[in-house]
Design a binder for this molecule. Structure first.
Ligand code: HEM
Length: 433
């Protein structure tokens, strides 16, 4: 029997308008009104929305192969080509096998060193009393980290160039979230020009690095692993390498930066947790990921309330049953972790920041919490990102105190969920205890 809680019809213009104004607010309102698994018919669109852990598991895992990524990603392909995030099923299977070793456990200690060193370098430039936007700073730190973990020293002094080019590309992406915007990519707009310029610059740097590095052997970075990877003796072409590098670049910094910004904002509102965190850091230092348990709870709880990749969508490629409901090919399932992870049945006081809930989270059903997705398309950088978020957080709060200049920011749900208006603060050097 179908577990559908409601069937709605929404006119296409109304749906598009509300999705482009405030997608998370709109979808949250629909769930509140119509339950945890409902159907929306809107123009040509046939959409199912669910936040039930069991159904999310069906879509991502048990029936996962009957779905593909939805068309929303087409815009992303303009930048990423056919990297892991955007690849279709067959290519994805092969590429995932090739890329996976770069994220193996035994590489993490080397990456952790880069995370700590890069963060400290950035923090040394901060000044007592300085006003700055922590969310921009987190973006700069994580972009620098991903650039160095990917290319090691070979990036040389090109990091600022990469940052500028990435910025140009991302700006126009956020425009690309708006439905119908794919049509606008062909217009002679300034944002399109900036996007093309940014992509050209990134391409030049990436191809250059790939060619230079073909014969240098393992340098301990991502690129070494990607260059060494083979499938039945066949290595990746320059173009495929470019796509994978670009994908890791894009997927691997804005999300972590947002997770960090939200964590820092929440900690400023919860001095008790800041104190516990500082105590932990004083006891264990700020480099030992395994020892920093409170840091882990705090980042995990921030990603519950504000998951950076706040929505996952899948399109049925063939007839498939979800929650006893028959989906036609072309139907899209939308699963928002930002909404799912605030269900009181799984998370008592769901809107409160309570890191202690992670002390004993064994009872949680799988997919009550899914900030990194799941199934065969689960985030390949999950362990890297968790380690990075904890080590950056520990380094920042160990050295710096900060006073938020505005109230707790609202979320801006574009491709990622970020603090609207950034996170303006005034810094104060943390006294040595
Ligand atoms: C807090 C940080 C991060 C969050 C919340 C996050 C979240 C996600 C989610 C939800 C997906 C699945 C999307 C879907 O199923 O449609 C994903 C995929 C992916 N992520 Fe992450 N991510 C983070 C950090 C990273 C990092 C650091 C990297 C790389 C260094 C990375 C690389 C990727 C890649 C390559 C994919 C595509 C995987 C595939 O389809 O096989 N992510 N991420």
């Amino acid at each position: 029997m179908s577990r559908l809680t409601a069937r709605l019809k929404i006119s296409a213009p109304s749906f598009i308008w509300r999705m482009s104004r405030d997608p998370l607010g709109f979808l949250t309102g629909l769930h509140r009104q119509h339950g945890t698994f409902f159907f929306v018919h809107s123009g040509q669109r046939k959409l199912y929305l669910t936040i039930e852990p069991e159904l999310v598991r069906e879509v991502l895992v048990s029936e996962g192969l009957k779905f593909s990524k939805s068309r929303g990603l087409e815009m992303t392909k303009r930048l990423l080509g056919n990297g892991l995030l955007t690849a279709g099923r067959e290519l994805h299977l092969r590429q995932r096998r090739l890329v996976q070793p770069a994220f193996a456990k035994n590489r993490m200690a080397g990456y952790a060193r880069v995370v700590v060193d890069t963060t400290r370098e950035h923090l040394r430039r901060w000044r007592h009393g300085q006003f700055l936007d922590l969310s921009n700073e987190m973006m700069a730190i994580t972009l620098d980290i991903i650039t160095r973990t990917m290319f090691g020293d070979s990036i040389g002094d090109r990091t600022p160039l990469v940052a500028q080019a990435m910025h140009d590309c991302l700006e126009s992406f956020n425009v690309g979230m708006i439905p119908l915007m794919p049509l606008m990519q062909h217009l002679p707009l300034e944002s399109n020009r900036r996007f093309r310029r940014g992509r050209r610059q990134l391409d030049t740097i990436l191809y250059d690095l790939i060619r230079q590095r073909r014969d240098t052997g393992d340098q301990g970075d991502f690129l070494s692993m990607l260059l060494m990877a083979t499938d039945n003796g066949v290595a990746m072409s320059d173009e495929q390498l470019r796509d994978e590098c670009m994908t890791i670049f894009l997927a691997g910094h804005e999300t972590t930066a947002n997770a960090l910004s939200w964590t820092l904002a929440l900690l400023a509102q919860h001095p008790f947790w800041m104190e516990r965190l500082l105590l932990e850091i004083r006891t264990h230092g700020c480099e030992d990921y395994a020892a920093l348990e409170i840091c882990r709870w705090v980042t995990q709880e921030a990603m519950r309330l504000y998951p950076p990749a706040w929505v996952i969508a899948r399109m049925a490629r063939e007839p498939v049953q979800i929650g006893g409901e028959s989906l036609e090919p072309g139907a899209v399932v939308i699963m928002s972790s930002a909404i799912a992870q605030r269900q009181a049945v799984y998370f008592p006081e769901p809107d409160s920041f309570r890191p202690e809930r992670w002390e004993d989270a064994e009872h949680l059903p799988k997919f009550a919490y899914f900030p990194f997705g799941g199934g065969n398309r689960v985030c390949i950088g999950e362990h890297f990102a968790r380690m990075e978020a904890v080590l950056v957080l520990a380094a920042v709060v160990a050295a710096w105190d900060y006073r938020m200049l505005d109230a707790m920011p609202a979320g801006h749900a574009g491709i990622t969920l970020k603090p609207r208006g950034g996170l303006p603060v005034q810094l104060a050097r943390r006294p040595v205890p």
